[in-house]
Design a binder for this molecule. Structure first.
Ligand SMILES: Cc1cc2nc3c(=O)[nH]c(=O)nc-3n(C[C@H](O)[C@H](O)[C@H](O)COP(=O)(O)OP(=O)(O)OC[C@H]3O[C@@H](n4cnc5c(N)ncnc54)[C@H](O)[C@@H]3O)c2cc1C
Length: 341
């Protein structure tokens, strides 16, 4: 019997596992892919993410997780009328596979048992504990007093518990060799509705030019992507010599009000699967902070899941209001975002 089974070795799950294990709780962290697993991400750690790594993991982000240019200097938004807003801030440029792999290693060093290549298929609450069915090389079950579901965007496990259909948007991004007249130290977001159904973006990772668009309707990917490329060619002299990779991913469709699901009984949700994600896609700090708050609430109210869930909700109030303020900020820049209300 574990104290807590944590599902998913992203920022939320690794942070929760680390803080629980170092306080002596018996933790099993299961991750469906072999670590270090790939995660589609721009890999920008904003200052807050860097600070949370230092606070929760007691160390700075290692150089092995970084890519060039290592320092991200902020974000530059272009609103729906073409006006630029610059947000200068110290940040880091990382590859998520290496960064999350390092977080999982730290959780393991603190005493969490990490099993990668193992999926959580379902969980059933019994009298005072939860039984989790797992699939690795074969099917088996493990039990814990709590399950902390940090499975990220798809939320298959959560869907089995709540029955709710999640709302997604699709991300499509390409990695390219070539040139452009934009500063590689910044993350650029374009809120013009003609370029995407949410935002389009540009950043640089290890000399590769990354260009992406968000769409609600997958059939519109090439329509928006081609328009975005044409716009970048015209305005920023984008010249692509070779596309090295393209990838599609999902993101929760965060709406104004930023709805969050905290948990059901002895199963708590943290990170993206709970709805913790900054509306502009910055989810690493939201994952870490919510993972930490859920773990703290479990530790404080170990014998009372209902009180633990309420303490978790209260502990994340600041995070939620930060997300809501981000919504107002973006809604203030682009009418398309306001219209989602
Ligand atoms: C294109 C794109 C760009 C982004 N750019 C940024 C950025 O620059 N900065 C930023 O801060 N955020 C960014 N984000 C958001 C960020 O990636 C997420 O918000 C963050 O990873 C969420 O963390 P998490 O721990 O909740 O989930 P995840 O990081 O998704 O981790 C969940 C883990 O659970 C595992 N899992 C899923 N189901 C199961 C199961 N049944 N059993 C076992 N394991 C399971 C998954 O394999 C995964 O490893 C971006 C997202 C996208 C799609």
């Amino acid at each position: 019997m574990y104290d807590v089974i944590v599902v998913g070795a992203g920022p939320a799950g690794c942070t929760a596992s680390k803080v629980l294990a170092e306080k002596g709780y018996k933790v099993l962290l299961v991750e469906k892919f072999k670590m270090p697993r790939y995660k589609s991400c721009s890999g920008v750690l904003i200052k807050k993410s860097m600070e949370l790594v230092k606070t929760y993991f007691g160390e700075d982000v290692p150089e092995s997780a970084m890519c060039t240019p290592t320092d991200n200097r902020g974000m530059i938004f272009t609103d729906d009328k073409g006006k630029e807003y610059r947000f200068e801030q110290e940040g880091l440029n990382v590859w998520r596979s290496h960064f999350d792999g390092w977080l999982a290693k730290k959780a393991e060093e603190s005493g969490a048992e990490v099993r990668d290549g193992v999926s959580a298929l379902s969980c059933t609450e019994r009298d005072g504990f939860v039984e989790v069915s797992l699939h690795g090389e074969n099917n088996y079950t493990e039990s814990a007093r709590y399950v902390l579901d940090c499975e990220g965007v798809v939320g298959a496990l959560k869907r089995k518990i709540t029955g709710e259909a999640p709302r997604y948007i699709t991300t499509f991004q390409t990695f390219n060799e070539g040139s452009i007249d934009l500063d590689p130290h910044y993350f650029y977001a374009y809120l013009q509705p003609e370029l995407s159904e949410y935002d389009a973006w540009f950043n640089v990772k290890d000399d590769l030019l990354v260009l992406g668009v968000f769409v609600k309707d997958m059939d519109k990917i090439s329509h928006y992507y081609e328009r975005f490329i044409a716009c970048m060619e015209e305005k920023h002299h984008l010249c692509i010599s070779r596309q090295t990779r393209s990838e599609k991913w999902l993101m929760p469709h965060i709406r104004p009000g930023c709805h969050v699901d905290y948990g059901v009984g002895r199963v708590l949700f943290a990170g993206e699967v709970a709805g913790f994600l900054n509306p502009m896609g910055e989810g690493i700090s939201a994952g870490m902070e919510s993972g930490y708050c859920a773990a703290s609430a479990i530790m404080e109210h170990f014998d009372n899941p209902q009180v633990a869930c309420e303490a978790y909700r209260q502990g994340t109030e600041n995070l939620k209001s930060y997300m809501q303020r981000q919504w107002s900020l973006v809604g203030g820049m682009a009418g398309t975002f306001r219209e989602m209300e």
